[in-house]
Design a protein around this ligand. Sequence first.
Ligand code: TRH
Length: 372
Amino acid sequence: MTAQQPLQPAWDIFCKVVDNFGDIGVCWRLARQLAEEQGVAIRLWVDDIVLAQRFAPEGHADVDLQHWTEQADFSVAATVVIETFSCGLPERYQQLMTPQSIWLNIEYLSAEAWVEGFHGRPSPQANGLVRYFFYPGFSPLTGGLLREKFLPQLQQQAAQSPDAIWQHLGLQPKSEAINISLFCYAHAPVKALLDSLAVSPQAVRLIVPESIALLVSQALECQPFQVGQSIQHQQCTIEVIPFLSQIDYDSLLAVCDLNFVRGEDSWIRAIWAAKPMIWLPYQQSEDTHLDKLNAFLKHYLMLANDEVKETVVSMMQAWANKEWAVQHWQGWISHRQSTAAHAKTYAAQLSQQPDLATNLVIFIEKLRAIRV
Ligand code: TRH
């Protein structure tokens, strides 16, 4: 009786949590989509396993979540190895790899033009292995964007029965107010936003996930807000909600009228929600995050009319540069319809491109073909 041979895992994905939720957010979404849509069994190696389990408590039948530690037993190297955000592969693991191993590094997302020139390029390693750069992006010359097949159905449900989604999220339908979701970093001008919403010409509901509730309570110099709390701030009702599953967060974005998002994954989810959005990039040294913002604005507004261009640029720039004021909120309200129409058009056009998981599979099949 031979010892049970370890199952050959089809693909290994390595994820190192830098901070926040985006590293695990992107990796979990990719692993789940590869399993569900591409039929690939995945081993997902994560260093912060507690965060990963908190992030996806339900797990997934075809995603084997593994704790990436110094002592981890890799047993065998997968035929396809996906490193994410240049997290590096353990030396011990690289020693298990062979020249037949396919090693990709999925980089952070950027709308900057230089990405197209780096996507798909090989990087020969000192140990003889070859690592390929795989850049997500907004153009057909990049790896594309994560986009699951369930999204159109989710959006249709949000359009046809928003009340059912509000109930599912534990919130009362509030169609007479402008519903806004807020997800931002500590450096965002939250107090200025709250002050502008307080004097809004139309009632506003600001939905705040628990992970940033403290930011909002501090801006109002209140005791820390708790999940389930509803706080009236003049024209603005603030409602604190628990951290949602990724799918429920998609639903929230789809039923809101305006979404403030950040980083990488929620940025793309807001695009697919096809609603007006304000993106705050992850802050980087020498303000390089502002280059990323400008590159995205250029792409996002390529086909927009002047009114939409002016409104969206001034809002996103003011939000990123801590210059938010009442006129930004009032400006959006007077151009709400045109920015909403643009968001729908942009999402419809961008979703014509193949999604990242599909591009990944195609890229790997091409590599396999030239390796035989
Ligand atoms: O949390 P983030 O700031 O993560 C960041 C970015 O990924 C950034 O690019 C990276 O450099 C840095 O981490 C290290 O923002 P992001 O990317 O939007 O990830 C948040 C994830 O959390 C995303 O998958 C959406 C998800 N989410 C939920 O699932 N439920 C929620 O309630 C909320 C608010 C977010």
